[in-house]
Design a protein. Structure first.
Length: 258
């Protein structure tokens, strides 16, 4: 009870003092960490994730798949730079992790991963990979990772909140970046990432219809136990419908970019 009260207080104070308007979406977001802090701690978490994967032999050595993913994400990164110019300075990186889980993500600052499980089990086309990574990249340029890190901090009852807000204690933030990766995005965040993701992909020359087929495949796959991806990506009930409605708007962008 005490904890709950403290938590409510932290969130109340935080939402009064540490909300910022996102430059891309215009939405006000909880911002207990700065963008620099979110990126620096994500870079640390990324290095650690990759070195652990490497030790376990879980970094994919499939040259063709790595090249394919790199080719697709490179085109999306160019469009991300047009949508959110500061991302042109990000040190983008993408890893293919050799694990059966249906998962993909992009941390603040452009550190990305896609898992072989999602590519193979859902038999993803290039257009569908572009949709999933476009969606993930949108989370990053829309500041959702930073928002999730802020929520992770608030959830821990304001752990050293003052020092984090004021200073740059990254040793405290590194685990937060990890936790943030396992927290679900808000439904609002999901709808935003869907909306911007399909546009990024269209502008990069990838078929908007693939956004619909991707989520149809995803929902079919959730029959045999929900994919990891869906635990961090709660599906708005009208997701497929909403994406479908965006397709006609996106087709001209796609045709132009092809
Ligand atoms: Zn998402």
């Amino acid at each position: 009870m005490k904890f709950k009260l403290a938590l409510t207080a932290v969130i109340a104070v935080a939402s009064l003092t540490a909300c910022q308007e996102n430059p891309v979406s215009g939405r006000s977001q909880l911002a207990l960490v700065s963008e620099e802090q979110a990126q620096a701690s994500s870079a640390q978490a990324y290095t650690q994730t990759l070195s652990e994967a490497q030790k376990k032999g879980k970094l994919s050595t499939d040259a063709a798949l790595n090249a394919r993913v790199k080719r697709i994400t490179d085109r999306l990164i160019v469009q991300a730079g047009n949508m959110y110019p500061p991302s042109r300075d990000w040190k983008w990186s993408v890893a293919v992790i050799d694990e059966p889980s249906l998962n993909a993500w992009c941390m603040p600052g452009g550190k990305m991963a896609i898992y072989t499980g999602i590519v193979e089990k859902l038999k993803l086309s290039d257009d569908e990979i572009a949709q999933i990574m476009g969606h993930e990249i949108s989370h990053a340029i829309l500041g959702h990772g930073r928002e999730r890190m802020s929520r992770a901090i608030a959830m821990q009852g304001g752990m050293a909140l003052g020092s984090i807000v004021a200073g740059r204690d990254l040793s405290i933030l590194a685990p937060v970046a990890d936790i943030a990766l396992t927290l679900p995005n808000s439904r609002e965040g999901e709808s935003e990432a869907d909306r911007y993701g399909i546009e990024l992909a269209a502008r990069a020359g990838y078929n908007p219809r693939a956004a619909v087929s991707l989520w149809e495949k995803m929902s079919a796959a959730s029959g045999n136990g929900p994919p990891v991806f869906l635990s961090t990506h709660p599906a708005p009930s009208n997701r497929i419908q909403a994406l479908n409605a965006l397709v006609p708007q996106m087709m001209p962008l796609y045709e132009k970019a092809r």
